[in-house]
Design a protein around this ligand. Sequence first.
Ligand SMILES: [Fe+2]
Ligand SMILES: [Fe+2]
Length: 378
Amino acid sequence: MQSQIDAYFEAMEVLFSVRDPKVLTALGPSSVRGLLLHRGKQGTPTDMPATHTAHFDWSYPNDQPEMADLYRRAKVGQWNGDDLPWNISVDPLDPTRPLIPEEFLCFEEIEALGIKLDKKERAELGYSMCAWMLSQFLHGEQGALFAAAQVTEAVQFFDGKLYGATQVMDEGRHVEVFNRYLDTKLNKLYQINDNLFVIIDSLMTDGRWDMKFLGMQIMVEGLALGAFSTLYKETKEPLLKEVLKMVIQDEARHVHYGVCALREHFTKHITERERQEREDWSFEIALLMRNRFAAYEVYEEWFEGRMTRAEWRNVVYRSKGMNEFRTVMFSRLVPNLREIGLLSPRIMPRYEEVGLMQYFGGLAADQLTADKLLADLH
Ligand SMILES: [Fe+2]
Ligand SMILES: [Fe+2]
């Protein structure tokens, strides 16, 4: 009961912290559905009405050479999920090949709250955290699959539509491999995190293609790339490492596409007021991603009644693994926002306030190859 009240107040805190009324209008209904009604957790499928416009062009122009090049690379880069080494047997509690290293979580913080976990429990908690992360990847990939399909219909660039078709296939394959790994190797699936639900709900139901694009290709893909990369770097389980390596290579193209399409659109096709709205929206989403992905589903399984949600959030926030995840995520995300024109001097002080300006000078996705991304993680 106390935990439910805490969750309710936390949802209110999220809503009241949004300063811009337009952003609140865009996020509010999704927040109510996700944070208060827990629509993703009712054990039934969720229907989200989509209101975008399918844009046809009967002249088939070659209008975007950079996207045409991405399309060519994406065709060559296709792979078959069946070819991964699925014969590797995975023991989630094997100490010689841990899914995530012990220091990924901060056990001292948990102990400081009077909760002592023995070696076996620590390994089991690591297993829970890893299964939780992979479950969120899977749910995010389902969102990415549908968003990629919607954007393929709605985008005006013809070369972007062809490229988009490859992304739909990529995302389908990501759903396939994460689902297969969770189902056949970890035998565990967590429900969708409420904050992830809010972001997906918000961009699926927004009729504006560029908002879908910004939400999925820049924000959620940035989040995913940060999380995939951290797990890729930290895991000692060889099959998971291979799955993540293949997925990261596809995701690098997806974010590149997002930067390429939105840079063109935001600098040439929208008004300054519209640009500002997108700038504010992405800041709020960045904050949500920074502060709220606290694995509450793991908390409810392990610690509900033994510590408060705020205490758990603190444990997660201070853990080495989550810290690294945030660093990788924002070092990729912030330069991309700069590159598409959503980090103007007007918003910089707010990024400064929350400590994110340190990533401002990094390379954006159009200057990063998949090889470079992977090399950075060694
Ligand atoms: Fe994906
Ligand atoms: Fe993707």
